[in-house]
Design a protein around this ligand. Structure first.
Ligand SMILES: [Zn+2]
Length: 165
């Protein structure tokens, strides 16, 4: 994927040196379109493999129903990477593949404070809202949390609660 990105940049650079609208310009445009198609196919192929493997391994997958627009904003610091990875496309594929197998993609509301709840004792710690905090200690029960792991456990718990309800 990164190789294709580099190729694309190079071809786009070449395009700038050609006379706009000329025969060579059009030819170069076609070459660029071909690289775009290749990148798009590469991504789809990867996402299909990943979503198929996930749907085979699990009956229920719980995810945070993230707003794609807010993901691309600066808060996450990796907006481009997130969108490039086609997270939305991945969820779309995973959704129907799980459905086909009688499972379900469970979306947990984005307002559910998944990162702030201690999965050990259930207390809520709003101080950890800051995304820079990667690890924290629960002030109530003293459990040591890795931010992402704790968040994932909370999303699973909430998702399975929704399924049961
Ligand atoms: Zn706790």
């Amino acid at each position: 994927y990164r190789m294709a990105q580099m190729k694309l940049a190079k071809k786009q650079r070449k395009l700038r040196h050609k006379v706009s609208g000329s025969r060579n310009y059009q030819k170069q445009q076609k070459r660029i379109a071909r690289v775009y198609r290749h990148i798009s196919n590469q991504r789809k192929d990867y996402l299909h493999k990943l979503s198929t493997a996930t749907a085979k391994q699990y009956a229920y997958v719980c995810v945070e129903d993230l707003n794609m627009r807010s993901l691309s904003n600066k808060g996450f610091g990796n907006g481009k990477a997130t969108l490039d990875n086609g997270y939305g496309m991945f969820l779309f594929m995973l959704d129907y593949k799980l459905e086909e197998r009688g499972g379900k993609l469970v979306k947990v509301d984005k307002f559910f404070p998944s990162s702030q709840i201690c999965h050990c004792c259930g207390c809520r710690n709003p101080k950890v809202r800051d995304l820079r905090i990667r690890e924290w200690i629960c002030p109530d029960c003293g459990a040591v949390h890795d931010r992402d792991t704790n968040t994932a456990i909370n999303i699973r718990t909430e998702g399975m609660r929704l399924v049961a309800a």
